[in-house]
Design a protein around this ligand. Structure first.
Ligand code: ADP
Ligand code: MG
Length: 694
């Protein structure tokens, strides 16, 4: 069956539908209403309140008049039943309605009723003429006073004349002829009270009650979430959990010396638990694939070091990959400081190193002289060969996608993989996104952290900021000043930061300021960071390059310029740079006087809470999951009907149901699962391709 086989679909209309993604009759029935009009409430005119209630009234039109000129032009019709009168008004489509509404005929009007003085009025009602001569009057009334699906209208179809009513007609005529095979097992349907697939489609397109379309829609959401979870659970059981991984021994020299002699503090409970999870994984004989979640400053680096030492103790190499050069360098320095006393050879591998240096590093890595390699994504270049890679750490996971993880995996003999993220992804998202990973969460922060005070300051209050910074600097604190990245003009953000830097030097002549931006060379950046870390620089002016991971405990103030231009997660990350030492820390958000409602809401959230989880939730709500994580690179599945934010409970149910099914009938061999299996196997293949496993 083709679209044009459906009565009423001309080639031009078929074309418009196709351009909007509706290519086949099957697509047409999967094209769901945007909303429903409930026209079932029929009232007599005397029963109307005029307070905006949505009702159907029926009666005879006693007059049709046009009044006003130009833009004030309007059409009015009086509808009368045996209890009173109602005025209907049109401001648009006047010539059309003047022709179709006739004095003396019988009509049904549906709309929202308002009272203006003596008059009850309905603006732009839905109208249908009911011909009183017809014996099927009752039928007509019933058809009008029903629940009417509203489909995305004209505009959606490239301005071709396709109304909601036409769509409804076409869809119902397809549904009458289309076979709609069921694939959910009967026992599932009855357990959840879901209608069978074909019935569900009728309930979507021609519901008799609201619960019809609600339940039917839930069924379709469940269907796609269930297939997804079934693939996740299957992959996890059959592939991820079965992949062999290097077996690593009990704690040995390096690890115990590190924890007992080098590390200057006690581990937090969260850090201990995470290390416990990791130890269990690396002794299991299976490859570890673990996500370590912990808010900024929760001490994930120590867990990473512990994990890498476990590998080294068993004769393996380890690698730690960071999203930016600055971060990689910082990790390199702190790792060197801590691990050189233990005799671990650490190498830094980043993009723009001299050729001779790079060749030397490559040789070290390939020959096994380098125990730990710290670097950027330069590490996953093809030319890099490891001697014996056993542990791979990815810091700040949200910047890397599934593909990068797969590349890292290929660098060794199924090395254990630990991805670390400070983005506290809400559980439902974590479940869908990182479905191949096990989860460890650090919920506590190292002891002694003081709450960061956050203030929003407007441009006219800059004077206050100046006084405040002077006080903090006099106490011996250090200050970050961050400028936003301006996407439209790369030169602009640099200009902003540079001008800010010049001004700071004028305003605080007694202190040294440094400038950091993306276009400086690695060694220049490194020098500035080192100067700041060692307090040779007191004020660090920067573009957003310092966003993640940077650790300078003596810095106690974060000034964010044009804070209204930053996203919530970014602001949270920036604020996470301070409050790392003994000083009381302050985050000063400088904003323009004018700002959007969304920006105001972001700034308010920042003032209200320091809890990364709540901030992530708020951010997710403001931006939506696709934008929040970058759909394509993160591998976030795109659901047609379900919304992973709004339908979390269904996702949980789908997951549990999938777990149950893979337990009771792992290969879907039972006859009652035959139809499901047929749909599921190709779906699973697609997922495997995504994880590069086929
Ligand atoms: P993040 O999780 O954001 O990567 P870091 O690993 O950079 O956090 O740690 C933040 C700071 O906390 C560092 O200065 C680190 O040395 C310190 N730290 C980590 N663990 C502890 C602990 N258990 N007790 C005290 N300080 C800690
Ligand atoms: Mg970190």
């Amino acid at each position: 069956m083709k679209l044009t086989d459906i009565p009423g679909i001309s080639p031009a209309r078929a074309q418009a539908l196709q351009e909007s993604g509706v290519r086949t009759p099957g697509d047409l029935v999967r094209f769901f209403p945007r909303s429903y009009l409930d026209r079932r409430t029929i009232l007599k005119i005397r029963q109307l309140q005029g307070s905006g209630e949505q009702v159907t009234v029926m009666g005879t039109v006693t007059s049709v008049t046009e009044s006003g000129f130009g833009r004030k032009k309007r059409l009015e019709a009086i509808l009368q039943d045996d209890t009173g009168q109602l005025k209907a008004v049109w401001f648009k489509g006047i010539s059309y309605f003047r022709k179709s509404i006739n004095k003396g005929e019988y009509y049904a009007f549906f709309g929202s009723v308002k009272r203006f003085g003596r008059y009850l009025s309905m603006a732009h009602p839905e109208v249908e003429q009911l011909s009183s001569a017809d014996t099927s009057m009752q039928d007509q009334q019933q058809r009008f006073a029903a629940i009417i699906p509203i489909y995305p209208g004209n505009q959606f179809f490239k301005n071709t004349y396709i109304t909601s009513g036409l769509l409804r007609k076409w869809i119902l005529s397809v549904l009458d002829r289309l076979s709609v095979p069921e694939f959910l097992p009967v026992d599932l349907l009855s357990r959840f009270g879901y209608p069978e697939r074909r019935t569900a489609l009728f309930h979507i397109h021609a519901p008799e009650t609201p619960s019809h379309y609600q339940k039917a829609l839930e069924r379709f959401k469940f269907e796609e979430l269930f297939l997804f979870e079934l693939s996740v659970v299957t992959l996890k059981k059959e592939v991820f959990d079965k992949a062999p991984g290097p077996v690593m021994a009990e704690t040995r020299p390096h690890s115990s010396r590190f924890f007992n002699e080098v590390l200057p503090f006690e581990l937090t409970e969260g850090q201990k638990n995470a290390l416990g999870d990791i130890k269990r994984d690396i002794r299991s004989g299976r490859q570890m694939n673990r996500l370590l979640q912990g808010d900024v400053g929760s001490g994930k680096t120590v867990v990473a070091i512990g994990s890498m030492l476990m590998a080294i103790d068993s004769g393996y190499q380890a690698v730690m990959m960071a999203p930016t050069e600055i971060l990689a360098e910082q990790h390199y320095h702190s790792l060197s400081e801590w691990l050189q006393p233990l005799g671990v050879n650490i190498r830094l591998l980043i993009g723009n190193q001299k050729k001779s240096l790079r060749e030397d590093i490559h040789t070290d890595i390939a020959g096994g002289m380098a125990g730990i390699v710290v670097g950027t994504h330069a590490i996953i270049q093809e030319s890099i060969r490891f001697h014996r890679l056993g542990m791979a750490i990815i810091d700040e996971q949200h910047r890397f996608g599934v593909a990068q993880r797969a590349l890292l995996r290929e660098k060794g003999e199924n090395p254990h993989i630990l991805v670390m993220s400070a983005t506290p992804i809400p559980r439902s998202l974590a479940m869908t996104l990182y479905s191949d990973l096990d989860l460890s969460v650090i919920r506590d922060l190292p002891p002694g952290r003081k709450e960061i005070v956050t203030r929003v300051l407007r441009e006219p209050e800059r004077e206050k900021l100046h006084r405040f910074l002077t006080e903090r600097l006099e106490e011996g604190g250090q200050v970050y000043v961050v400028y936003p990245l301006i996407e439209e003009s790369e030169a602009m953000d640099l200009k902003n930061a540079t001008e800010g830097f010049d001004q700071i030097r004028v305003e605080f002549p007694g202190y040294r300021a440094g400038l950091l931006h993306g276009r400086m060379s690695t060694s220049e950046k490194e020098q500035v960071m080192r100067d700041f870390k060692e307090n040779r620089i007191q004020i660090l002016v920067s573009t957003t390059v310092i966003e993640v991971g940077v650790n300078v405990p003596n810095a106690s103030v974060m000034v964010v310029e044009h804070a209204e231009r930053f996203g919530l997660s970014q602001l949270h990350q920036l604020r996470g740079r301070i409050g790392r030492g003994a000083r009381q820390s302050y985050c000063m958000l400088m904003t323009d006087v004018k700002q959007s409602r969304e920006a105001r809401s972001r700034l308010a959230t920042m003032q209200e809470t320091g809890d990364g989880f709540r901030i992530a939730e708020a951010d997710l709500k403001l931006r939506g999951p696709g934008d929040f994580l970058g759909t394509r690179q993160s591998g976030l599945p795109e659901f047609r009907y379900a919304d992973i934010l709004g339908d979390q409970y269904l996702l949980e149910i789908a997951k549990n149901t999938a777990l149950e099914m893979t337990d009771s009938d792992p290969g879907l061999e039972h006859p009652k699962h035959a139809a499901l299996k047929k749909v599921f196997l190709p779906y699973l293949e697609e997922k495997k391709k995504f994880f590069r496993m086929s």
